[in-house]
Design a protein around this ligand. Structure first.
Ligand code: NAD
Length: 207
C-alpha cells in the first residue's frame, strides 16, 4: 500500500501513542483519544485508520493490538531493515552508536568513510573504506543509506549510492540532492527546525 508522506508521519505518531496506551493496560481506544494525544482531529484519525483498512466500532472503539499489527506491516516494522551510514564524523558516529533504532526494526549494519583513521572493520558496527561501499550494498542488498558527509562530497556519493542500488537516502548534508525519481530522499535540516522553533517561541511570548 502506498500512502502519502504526511500520512506516514501521522501513522508513526499514532503508533507511539498506541504503544503508550498499551503499556498502560488499555485494550481499546477511541479515535478522539488518539486524536487528542497526537494533535490530529478525530475525523482525520478515523480517515487514516479506514485508509489502512482498520475498522472500529462506535461503542467499543478500536482494538489497540489490531491497530499496532496493521501499522507494523505498513511501516515495514515486521522486518529488520539494514541501513548504512556514509561519513562517520560527528553525526555519523553518533547515529552508529545510538542503540535505540533496533527496537524500531532498523539496524545500522556498517559505516563507510574516506578517512583511513575512521576505518575499523572489527568494531561492533564495522566502518569500511568508501571503496568497499558498492560491493557491500550489492552483497547485503542494502536499500537505505544515511548520508552524513560534507556538502562538497554529498552529490557524488549520492550518485554512487543510487548506482549501487540504494533507493532511500536520509541526507544530513545541506544540499538538495539530485537523484532519479525512484529514489526517495529525506533531508534533515536542523537549522530550519530551529528557526521555526525560534519564530514560534517569539510569537508565544507576545501573546
Ligand atoms: P564531520 O566533518 O564530522 O564528518 C564528515 C565525515 O565524512 C568525516 O568522517 C569525513 O572523513 C567523511 N567524508 C568526507 N568526504 C567523504 C567521502 N567522499 N566519502 C566518504 N566519507 C567522506 O561532519 P559532521 O559534523 O558529522 O556533519 C556531517 C554533515 O551533516 C555535513 O554535511 C554537515 O554540514 C551536515 N550537518 C547537518 C545538520 C542538519 O541539520 N542536517 C546539522 C549539522 C551538520
Amino acid at each position: 500500500m502506498v500512502v502519502c508522506k504526511k500520512c506516514v508521519s501521522r501513522l508513526s505518531r499514532y503508533r507511539k501513542v498506541l504503544l503508550r496506551f498499551k503499556d498502560l493496560g488499555f485494550v481499546k481506544v477511541f479515535s478522539d483519544t488518539v486524536g487528542d494525544a497526537t494533535g490530529v482531529s478525530s475525523a482525520q484519525v478515523r480517515k487514516d485508520f479506514s485508509l489502512f483498512g482498520i475498522a472500529g466500532n462506535k461503542r467499543g472503539g478500536y482494538n489497540i493490538d489490531t491497530l499496532l499489527d496493521k501499522m507494523q506491516i505498513i511501516l515495514g516494522k515486521d522486518q529488520v531493515h539494514g541501513v548504512i551510514v556514509i561519513g562517520v564524523g560527528n553525526i555519523g558516529r553518533a547515529l552508529i552508536q545510538y542503540k535505540g533504532f533496533e527496537k524500531e526494526g532498523i539496524a545500522i549494519v556498517a559505516g563507510f568513510d574516506i578517512n583511513p583513521a575512521k576505518i575499523n572493520p572489527k568494531a561492533q558496527v564495522p566502518v569500511f573504506s568508501i571503496k568497499n561501499m558498492k560491493a557491500f550494498i550489492k552483497n547485503k542488498q542494502i536499500e537505505i543509506a544515511i548520508l552524513s558527509v560534507p556538502e562538497r562530497a554529498a552529490q557524488e556519493i549520492c550518485h554512487k549510492l543510487v548506482d549501487a542500488g540504494i533507493v532511500g537516502i536520509l541526507n544530513f548534508a545541506p544540499i538538495r540532492l539530485q537523484a532519479p525519481e525512484h529514489v526517495e530522499i529525506n533531508t534533515v535540516n536542523l537549522q530550519v527546525e530551529l528557526e521555526n522553533l525560534i519564530y514560534f517561541t517569539k510569537i508565544m511570548k507576545k501573546k
